[in-house]
Design a protein around this ligand. Sequence first.
Ligand SMILES: C[S@@+](CC[C@H](N)C(=O)[O-])C[C@H]1O[C@@H](n2cnc3c(N)ncnc32)[C@H](O)[C@@H]1O
Length: 126
Amino acid sequence: MQRGLPVNMLLRYFTQEDRRWRLVQHLRQRVEFRELNLVHDFRGIGPFDIVFCRNVLIYFDADTRKQVLSRLARVCRPDAYLWLGAAESVIDHESEWRPHDEFPLLNVRTSRIEAPARRLSLVASR
Ligand SMILES: C[S@@+](CC[C@H](N)C(=O)[O-])C[C@H]1O[C@@H](n2cnc3c(N)ncnc32)[C@H](O)[C@@H]1O
């Protein structure tokens, strides 16, 4: 839980319940939780400004990884961000994603064909 999350933010935004941490109510009510299999078609959701998909692509072969990155690009706004794990990258997928210039785990959707985002929406992997 605390990997990369400063303790002050952990205490501010989560409450401890037994051995688990739960997002505070006022944020939880703004979140829609849904299960999604990245290998299947997931058109119809989004569009997202940022996707946290850390340490998931490592389970897929190169072909599946390519398809998942394309599917993610299709449900993201132009200039949306994609957060991957340290062992994952968008190298070889530059038509849709490019590495962020400053932050190594962050990638930016390359296409710029639509209007800029109006409100923040995100999707995260468990
Ligand atoms: C190593 S964990 C990473 C968890 C978390 N994202 C992190 O970085 O701490 C891998 C996660 O990938 C998920 N996963 C594996 N195959 C998946 C698929 N086809 N669609 C969606 N999630 C998948 C697993 O359920 C598991 O939660």
